[in-house]
Design a binder for this molecule. Structure first.
Ligand SMILES: Nc1ncnc2c1ncn2[C@@H]1O[C@H](COP(=O)(O)OP(=O)(O)O)[C@@H](O)[C@H]1O
Ligand SMILES: N[C@@H](CC(=O)OP(=O)(O)O)C(=O)O
Length: 556
């Protein structure tokens, strides 16, 4: 029998002969306190008292529907995820303020994700590097280890929680540094284990403090509750199995014993080796959005030390202003092209789950922050933000015409694929390609030259290669429908500065125009561009152009 289900976004019809494939667990905690048991086990997205949204396929591959067997009320579940970064929980005072902030939203039942306190991750990395060469007897007196111990012990003392919550971790950390000193090496796997101490300790302290002030909280290590990743230490990817596992664990714990979960950001468990992994620097944002998607929460909040996503890095342009609204695509592009404020992969789960992300300032909670959603009104938008990625390597590759044009492109990109190197910006002509390499892949200093030499050697078999170091990518994130106006204004600025643009790319991304310039000119360019786009009045002509949404004014 065909069943019609009223959905949040659309209506699905199920016919008797459509086969629905199993996508995820049949039982998932849902948006506002309901559980759906679904007859054909599709992916349940969100449920309200009278509506359900599901994703499923019929056997001919087209979207079909689902028969809902039963929708039953369950006990309260969570309402949002709140992630606090290192700057938000840098010391005891900050932890107290964050606790008060959480309590100032009594209507919320949040899941809390925390980063390591302050600069702890950097200190752990430095301590590990020093341990490699300092000798076993000196490992316990590495400055960074003392700083970490001081900070964490001072914090537990000032918050009045039992130092036992972190005593074992501090002891183990010292042993680990001695081990690294003994082995005289720090593998990526050990490095991930080493930095995990930061998040493991901050969450233990904070959960203990919440309990002390009478707010029931439970600490969780992400690698123990289902965050399954690839084995790519220092930059692991979250695997699909994470979503149902995390949802199931957090949901069932809430049902059996309701408490605010305080979860380590940034960490996971490698699928093959079962070792602790990290998600890349700033990875707690990704932890938060993953939890948001897993539980189908109505909102993901990311609390930082700035009033939201800004029009530029405030360290570069102190006049940078918060951007009130962004799309997932804009935020992802901005993060990918180097804005430190968000982890590059963090928008993916939010986009897939269609869950709004709010970027807020824990130092200034009243500021509205930035709301990131699937779509927004672009009719008045020109430029949203300017992002700078420094120290980029650029390659100019000119075909020696031994291959046809299509063979040439394929061969060039297969070389990068074989070496596992990502390419950021690409511009092509019939016989040449200019591209920039993603510096995050070229992580270890020694490897950079080796890898680059090999790339060049391979490319020189089919082309003439010019390797250009010390370049910067300036990304203009905004309404690419207005690209002519954006480019006109940008090039006026660059011409005034006498800067030559070495590559320009406005590709499939509808939100980003990338310009490549010399490193030593880049900061000056960004400041001047920011001034022109964000600190000057918009001219009448531009206003007219913007309101026409896409028409370009004549050159002045
Ligand atoms: N476009 C931008 N908008 C906001 N902040 C930015 C931007 N570009 C760089 N930043 C920097 O990112 C910082 C916030 O990111 P991060 O340090 O990762 O926060 P947290 O540790 O709180 O998660 C800000 O303090 C700011 O210096
Ligand atoms: N502590 C980790 C993970 C993280 O997300 O930190 P933050 O939220 O402070 O950027 C890092 O420093 O990379």
């Amino acid at each position: 029998m065909a069943t019609q289900v009223g959905c949040v976004k659309s209506v699905f019809h199920v016919s008797t002969n459509s086969q629905i494939f199993h996508r995820e667990s049949p039982l998932l905690p849902c948006r506002i306190g309901y559980t759906a048991r679904v007859a054909h086990v599709p992916l349940v997205r969100k449920v309200s008292s009278n509506a359900i949204r599901v994703r499923c396929c019929s056997n001919n591959g087209r979207k079909s529907g689902v028969a809902v067997e039963k929708v039953e009320e369950i006990e309260n579940s969570y309402t949002c995820v709140m992630k606090f970064g290192g700057s938000s929980v840098a010391n005891a005072v900050r932890m107290r303020e964050v606790a008060n902030l959480i309590l100032s939203f009594p209507e919320e039942r949040p899941i809390i994700v925390l980063s390591a306190m302050g600069k702890t991750t950097n200190r752990l990395l430095l301590a590990g590097e020093k341990a490699v060469s300092c000798g076993v007897t000196n490992a316990d007196s590495i400055d960074e280890l003392s700083d970490i111990k001081d900070l964490h012990l001072r914090t537990v003392e000032e918050l009045g929680v039992d130092r036992d919550v972190i005593a074992k971790h501090l002891e183990e950390l010292e042993q680990l540094l001695k081990g690294i000193a003994m082995m005289k090496e720090l593998t990526p796997r050990t490095q991930d284990y080493l930095v995990s101490f930061g998040e493991c300790m901050s969450t233990r302290i904070f959960a203990a403090y919440l309990n002390k002030i009478g707010v029931k909280a439970s600490q969780y290590d992400a690698f123990e509750i289902g965050f399954i990743t690839t084995d790519d230490f220092t930059n692991a990817d979250i695997l699909e199995a994470t979503y149902p596992a995390v949802a199931k664990r957090l949901h069932s714990d809430w049902v059996s014993d309701p408490a605010i979960p305080v979860i380590t950001g940034f960490l996971g468990k490698a699928r093959k080796s079962c070792a602790v992994t990290t998600l890349g620097r700033g990875g707690s944002d990704l932890t938060a959005t993953t939890i948001g998607k897993a539980l189908g929460l109505p909102e993901i909040q990311v609390w930082k030390d700035v009033d939201g996503v800004l029009t530029c890095d405030p360290n570069l342009c102190p006049q940078a202003e918060p951007v009130p609204f962004l799309t997932f695509d804009e935020a992802a592009e901005l993060a990918y092209f180097g804005a430190q404020v968000l982890h590059p992969q963090s928008m993916r789960p939010a986009r897939e789950g269609d869950i709004p992300v709010r970027v807020k300032n824990s130092y200034n909670p009243k500021a509205p922050g930035t709301l990131i959603t699937k779509t927004r009104d672009m009719s008045k938008a020109l430029l949203t933000s300017i992002v700078l990625k420094r120290n980029v390597t650029m390659l100019d590759i000119v075909s020696t015409r031994m291959l046809g044009q299509f063979g040439f492109l394929a061969k060039v990109f297969s070389i990068f694929e074989d070496l596992g190197i990502s390419v950021d910006v690409v511009a092509t002509s019939e016989v040449s390609i200019s591209l920039t390499l993603d510096p995050s892949k070229l992580w270890s200093r020694e490897l950079i030259q080796q890898e680059l030499d090999y790339v060049v050697e391979e490319l020189e078999k089919i082309s003439v290669v010019n390797l250009l170091k010390n370049r910067s990518i300036i990304s203009l994130i905004g309404n690419v429908q207005m690209s002519s106006l954006i480019l006109e204004k940008a090039f006026q600025v660059l011409r005034t500065l006498g800067v030559t643009v070495q590559m320009i790319s406005q590709g499939a991304s509808k939100v980003n125009i990338s310009l490549v310039v010399n490193d030593n000119e880049a900061e000056q360019c960004v400041r001047a561009l920011h001034k022109t786009f964000f600190e000057c009045e918009v001219s009448e002509l531009e206003n007219e152009c913007i309101s026409k949404n896409g028409s370009v004014p004549a050159l002045s």
